[in-house]
Design a protein around this ligand. Sequence first.
Ligand SMILES: *Cc1c(COP(=O)(O)O)cnc(C)c1O
Length: 361
Amino acid sequence: MTKRVYNFYAGPATLPLPALKKAQKDLLDFKGTGMSLMEISHRSKEYAEVHAEASELVRKLMGVPDDYKILWLQGGASTQFYMVPLNLQQKGKSMEYVNTGAWSKKAIKEGGFYGDVKVVASSEDENFSYIPQNVEFSDNAAFAHITGNNTIYGTEFHEWPNVSDDVPLACDMSSDIMDKVIDPKKFGVIYAGAQKNIGPSGVTLVIVREDLLERVPENTPTMQKWKTHAAKDSLFNTGPCWAIYMCKLSLEHLKGLGGAPGIEKINRKKAKMIYDVIDKSDGFYKGHARLDSRSLMNITFNLSTPELEEKCVKEALTKGLIGLKGHRSVGGMRASIYNAMPLEGVQSLAEFLIEFQDDNQ
Ligand SMILES: *Cc1c(COP(=O)(O)O)cnc(C)c1O
């Protein structure tokens, strides 16, 4: 067995080891077909099972009600930045966004191509170190849009903003999908690039309430309508079969952890381990996010100088702790501890950080 490191990359990110091993075992001969899953038809019986199981796992693990469709699409979360306004816009109604960072901004920019966009709240004044409180959307907006977790800054919504019954809430959950228990009924649409929390890159999960599928203008290009994909259970064209298969294996692992409640418990424990080190460091490590907005998934922090930060990242490498350099817009360090990061990985990081402080104070 080759050596595995603990990978704290922000995305694509670490996958559950059991999922990788299962994929490796099945690689050359999937279920006795004598072929890899990558080589067989997306209409085959063998793939149909994988496809259905992946969707069913999402439904079960997140408690998605029957009147929501589960879609597996391509183009990443970035494609949903325009598919959301394209599919949900309504003449004369504003599209309303909360700006909590670089990903929100990208979504807002795409919304602007379809009509009036209103940014109802922003945390840009303090380099996106917090989640705005008491956000208010208009009662007659076409939709409201938020970014559930801000991967770059390490902030996360812990309470969802209220929207009136007629306003669908759209949420980019690329970096917080299934990190905690949520009530999907609060949302009109949830979307997430799979590559952080539930699988590899190449597929995007979209969960959309059925009644919203009818809003899209008929003369919209076929592939850009959620409705097209919903009608064919995401098999309108050749989908990213391998990526969906890897999601299925990852989701099976998450099911084994106890579904959303079990995962949330572990995630809270993992995040606390690192935040505790930061909080007990007497300012040696300084967290970027405001305490009430701290992310369970991306922990961002700085040391006193860029030189010391570089040294810390380098020494971590020698311990098999990979991918801890922060994003350039915050600097410092970032530990991404998504659903698939084992507790032992976080434990190793916590121990390393304490040791590094002792050696460099
Ligand atoms: C990574 C990320 C994206 C980009 O996803 P792609 O699948 O690469 O388009 C969007 N939003 C958030 C919150 C992210 O973390």
